[in-house]
Ligand binder design. Sequence first.
Ligand code: GLA
Length: 377
Amino acid sequence: MSDVASTFRDQYGRDPEGLWAAPGRVNLIGEHTDYNDGFVLPFALPMRVVAAAARADAGWQVRSDLEDEQASFESAGEPGTISGWAAYVAGVVWALRDAGYEVPPADLAITSDVPLGAGVSSSAALESAVLTALIDLGELEIPVAERPALAQRAENVYVGAPTGIMDQSASIRCEAGQALFLDCRSQEVEQIPFDVAAEGLAVLVVNSNAPHKHVDGEYGARRKSCEEAARLLGVPALRDVAADGLDVALERLDDDVTRRRVRHVVTENQRVLDTVELLRSGRIREIGPLMTASHASMRDDFEITVPEVDVAVEAALTAGAYGARMTGGGFGGCVLALIDADRADATAAAVADAYAKHGFTAPTPFVAVPSQGATRL
Ligand code: GLA
């Protein structure tokens, strides 16, 4: 990652007032449950966006070495005014202002080592780093619990992506060594100890490197069918269908696709709760089968996986993983595998072999350590 403080100095001819970092995330379990008011269990990655920033006289200037580009705007305007990567920055300025805060004009320089297009929330990391920097620079009093919703509005309304609140919550509220158990309805969180290394375990993340296709359209379509199903079932959100009421609910739906979408969300919420129970009692290995069941549910019922991620999951399991699943919105992205720590290289090699046999572009593996959420450095 580049030295963003010196980029700032080169660009603006003075020192930044500070550096703020916000990480990407992986989700241990709980996929497509956030916009159904359900439960998720992400943890922060060590990869992060770092913003060097200082107050300015007027407007906002941003230098990004992600795109080796610069953008400046006098006002974020209304949603849609600024496009491209700078929309994430302008969106945060807009969301803060729209919520009634006086946003300090600022100069920013941004760098990142969060992989792009890998389904590990590089955009939420960017929003969260900028948000945290602007809050501190403006001495705005915004409780941490209220911050993810501001970053989410930047993404939903300004950028125009209909995502839930998991990614921004993870980037802002995760803590090192913990997974974040988030109730997406109440926004209540519980930090769940997830010290895999102490158990001789590791989480291997494999970026499938599958080309992200149809992501936006398919994501929106899944969200719509969940909302429509909740309407048909007469509940505010699918969160309100309990696991033991699932069969009764399914009988009330005519359409097989809708039934499968509902089954995914309801069973996935229960898997999050079961995972949290196991982790609370220190039974980390036992979450493996829940991870694998989550993957099957995403593949067969929610239909958001692609051959590359299915192959990676199968190969990891065959290589001895306790459990494996795709993480994130789907249609590519990363796979997580819970493995014995000394099996990381062997598991990564097994996935790479399977990829070669299928003629897929080679995957990129790394071991993920649960890391700190957004912070001033
Ligand atoms: C994307 C979205 C999240 C969440 C996941 C699926 O990452 O940004 O809000 O819906 O997909 O769990």
